[in-house]
Design a protein around this ligand. Sequence first.
Ligand SMILES: [Zn+2]
Length: 379
Amino acid sequence: MIPGRRPEPWPYRCTGCSRPYPDDLLPYRCPSCGGVYDFSAPLVYQRPQPPAPDRRGLERFRDSLPIAPAAPLISLGEGGTPLLPVQVASRVLHFKCEHLNPTGSYKDRGTAVLISALSSAGVTEAVEDSSGNAGASFAAYAARAGVRARVFVPSSASGPKRSQIEAYGAELVLVEGPRSAASEAVRRAADGGGAAYASHAYLPHGMAGVATMAYEIVEQLGRAPGTVIAPVGHGGLLVGLHRGFDALLRAGVVSARPRMVGVQAQACAPVWAAFKSGGPGLSLVQEGETRAEGIRVRFPVRGDAVLDAVEATGGTVIAVTEEELLLAWDLLGRAGLNVEPTSAVVWTAATLLLEDLPDPVVAILTGSGFKTSAASRNA
Ligand SMILES: [Zn+2]
């Protein structure tokens, strides 16, 4: 065993009853108590390979990922995204351009890890229930891995993201009723056996992929950021980033972790409500309409972990209005950054909090504007 290398299998444990992850069953939740799985130990950062013509992005961080050394990394060239300095008000903000990943969102980092893990475990058929960035990313990486993919979406789902899922050859299963009906249908399909539920929200594997974003940010800045601002839906993005910086701190690469700032849309802001109230547990909130569809999540799977990361780093959680995010979306476009409305919340957060944020300030642009229909922009 290489010194410092994590022994296999990677330790995933139920957050409810501490039982280890049963690799032979590949459940998305604990069969014993219904709890969600998470890593049972901190992530371990291994020095990356230098970039080379045939080695870039996630591939460089192969040794830091929870994939067996003998298993292939299912890759479409994700990672290695630019970190762009942009003048915002009186300060310079560094935008991590995750919208430039292969399927147009940061999800590709996590999906590469998750599909690699499922594929190496012998999975040949997998299901998902996202009609957004996660669904498109899942469909693409399943295609790359030769895994049969079915994506359960509300029958009302339409637009560029649905087209993208179909373009990758995934079977689209249309489910009548609200979004929750599609979630129930995908769980039934997974519980019936035969297909693994490749849930980006429930399965923890992808957070190790997201952590590579932190590794790249420190390489690109030449130091640790003072602040990192990220949209919060289920919370896997902010938590994965935080754990990446934590792994860098443990490895002695940086001497401090950045302040983590989570951003939600006011229309659906359970983590913000819990942060404001200061009480234990997440708050029950309404799920209102918002252009930030990528973070419209009423029951965030990693919500508690977001609050822990924010508290541990002296960060904060804020919520922005629709008016604020639309203005920011417009300004991002005028800065040459065509992103989805969900990504715009970080610009608003930065302008509202900028005086109080330690430099350098990094903000994550999560998804591409190419997936936003013209009708939506002009609505
Ligand atoms: Zn359990």
